[in-house]
Design a protein around this ligand. Sequence first.
Ligand code: ADP
Length: 384
Amino acid sequence: MNEAVVQNKLSILIVDDVKDNLLALSSLLARSDVTIFQALSGNEALELLMEHEFCLAMVDVQMPEMSGFELAELMRGSNRTKNVPIIFVTATEKDRRFSFKGYESGAVDFLLKPLDTHAVKSKVSIFIELFRHKEDQEKLLAALKKTQAELEQEVRARDEFMSIASHELKTPLSTLKLQAQMMKRKIQKGDSDAFAPENVNKLVDQTEKQVVRLERLVDDMLDITRIRTGKLTLQMAETDLCEVTKDVMERLRPQMIAAGTPPTFECAEKIKGTWDRMRLEQVVTNLLTNAMKYGNKQPVSVKLHTSGGRATLSVQDHGIGIQKDAQAVIFDCFERAISAHEISGLGLGLFISQEIVKSHGGKLWVESEIAQGSTFFVELPLTD
Ligand code: ADP
């Protein structure tokens, strides 16, 4: 035992009908890591046993009203007290032959009167050590059980991840396969339509769409693995958040206009910080893509400002909105506010975005009203 470590105090119960014996035993057993409780009868002992946890009871065998053995029988009958080890203090050797059914071996011991100071101290020390050892083992066992449960949970989550990811990968792959088969059949039949420029263009467009979708899925899955293994590294450099946002908006503007969600932009000045430009582009792209997907063909407004050493970007749409109870979970892996919604994706975008923002020391959150729209906020610390 490391003396420098302050351990929990243990409690010992001593039971004897002679007050002087209790006092003598108390002073003999006194040590800094132990509290001693005294009982003058079996009944007093039972009361104390109901109130406190004891690591050991030292019980005089010969007591009026209730003998030490009778007390032991009663203790064995209650779940709370049945595991408290007992040292019987007796004047006669023959008491040792008393049988204690139901007690584990080592849970019962004897000391002969007159008590030998050294024998008492060393026996009690052994019981205390055993008790501490058992406590440590129980703690270790509890920690092992917790780790086992966490590992099992991790394996289940991986299985779930694999199954959802495979399913999502299969959809664009099946479409591509189907398009290839159709084309092959047309060519085999000598169908001249197959080579008509408008059909070839359509096919190339469709193929490109599926390939982009596959590429996004694979990128997201790689990011999830990086996040889970703590390998999402940032390439920090001086970056202007206003410029990053403007660039992403320029790239997405044609799609947003086509989706009926033309974006507006407000940023008074340059907002410079030490950030990972590519990763911030990824966050802004995700928020704008979502605003376009769930924005109900209403204009989307993007605003940036600084205050109190922080930069804030907001992306506001006037679309379908998000239920209050779904607002926290949409930032988890594979969570979608509306299950199986035709436009919802894999449910990884916001999780990855939040991890990116968090690893910059910032925050990502949403304020939303159902059927009125959502505003997503990104807050980043500014560096001077
Ligand atoms: P997904 O690829 O499904 O869009 P995200 O992680 O980006 O994945 O978003 C998770 C879910 O959050 C979406 O499926 C959708 O239900 C909800 N959501 C995200 N952005 C918006 C928004 N602007 N308006 C309404 N719902 C949104």
